[in-house]
Design a protein around this ligand. Structure first.
Ligand SMILES: Nc1nc2c(c(=O)[nH]1)N[C@H]1C(S)=C(S)[C@@H](COP(=O)(O)O)O[C@H]1N2
Ligand SMILES: [Mo]
Length: 256
């Protein structure tokens, strides 16, 4: 994956107008609050009081691929689901490193740590997680690097897991820390979305190492980088947690 490049220096108002011209109708609908300076500040988390921040903000917005946005921001609230014969084989592997560096997590002493605004911060072993009620879904994974693939994931609806730990659902963010030093975070609405899954299987087998053993968060309404693999720590928090790619300029929202 490449790091984002930043735009050249220009006047704030002019850049905003320019950006506005390049957005498609659907995205304009999403941004119907307007591509105002205030809106951009909210969307990107950038303070627009100086030119450098304006460039960063617009660069973050330009990370959006309009076609992908059109797909993710479908009028239906749910991401499309597919059938067995649609599954992409072989399913692609992607990470910020090569295959030979895939973390080898030992499931026997694995513990999922829970932190932050929850009633119960006790850790979870894999057998405990496997005993919770599981569902299956076949959905499309979209990576900003320009590929997409359909796969089948099974696991615990994340909202059920949040219930089980007594998460404060008024909190703003859920952050994820992974065995490979990757990290990302999502908003509470996405965490509670019915298709967001704490995935323990891929294609009806225990999640293979390359796809995130022992567990990943599968969010079909979000781009690939918002789907953390090899999760070790889940934290419920009101402090904005950012993410590995997000902190380098990728859009934090990254989906619908
Ligand atoms: N822990 C971890 N999770 C991660 C990544 C990573 O490098 N490490 N890469 C992200 C990106 S950019 C993509 S596209 C998907 C790739 O998932 P896959 O290997 O199952 O296709 O994982 C996401 N989650
Ligand atoms: Mo990705």
């Amino acid at each position: 994956m490449k790091k984002p490049t930043f735009l050249s220096s220009r006047d704030a108002e002019y850049l905003v107008k320019d950006a506005e011209k390049s957005v498609n109708a659907r995205r304009r609908h999403f941004l119907k609050q307007g591509l105002t300076l205030g809106g951009i500040m909210l969307l990107t988390g950038c303070d627009l009081s100086d030119n450098a921040s304006v460039e960063t903000a617009l660069s973050r917005m330009s990370r959006f691929n309009d076609r992908v946005q059109g797909f993710l921001f479908s009028d239906r609230h749910l991401a499309p689901e597919y059938t067995e014969s649609d599954i992409t084989r072989p399913f692609p592997f992607n990470a910020f490193y090569d295959r030979d560096q895939i973390p080898q997590v030992d499931g026997r002493d694995y513990q999922l740590a829970i932190r932050g605004l929850v009633r119960d911060t006790r850790s979870w072993s894999l057998p405990e997680l496997y005993r919770m009620q599981q569902v299956n879904q076949i959905t499309r994974h979209i990576c900003v690097e320009g590929w997409s693939a359909i796969g089948r994931w099974g696991g615990i609806p994340f909202r059920h897991f949040l219930q089980a730990i007594g998460a404060d659902t008024r909190a703003k963010y859920i952050s994820f820390r992974c065995a490979d030093d990757y990290y990302t975070s999502i908003d509470m609405a996405t965490a509670l979305h019915p298709q967001t899954l704490l995935a323990l299987t891929w294609d009806n087998q225990i999640l293979p190492p390359e796809y995130g053993y022992p567990m990943k968060l599968r969010i079909p309404t979000k781009l690939g980088y918002k789907n953390p693999k090899h999760i070790q720590v889940i934290e419920i928090t009101n402090r904005f947690p950012g993410g590995y790619w997000e902190d380098q300029g990728y859009n934090w929202f990254g989906g619908s």
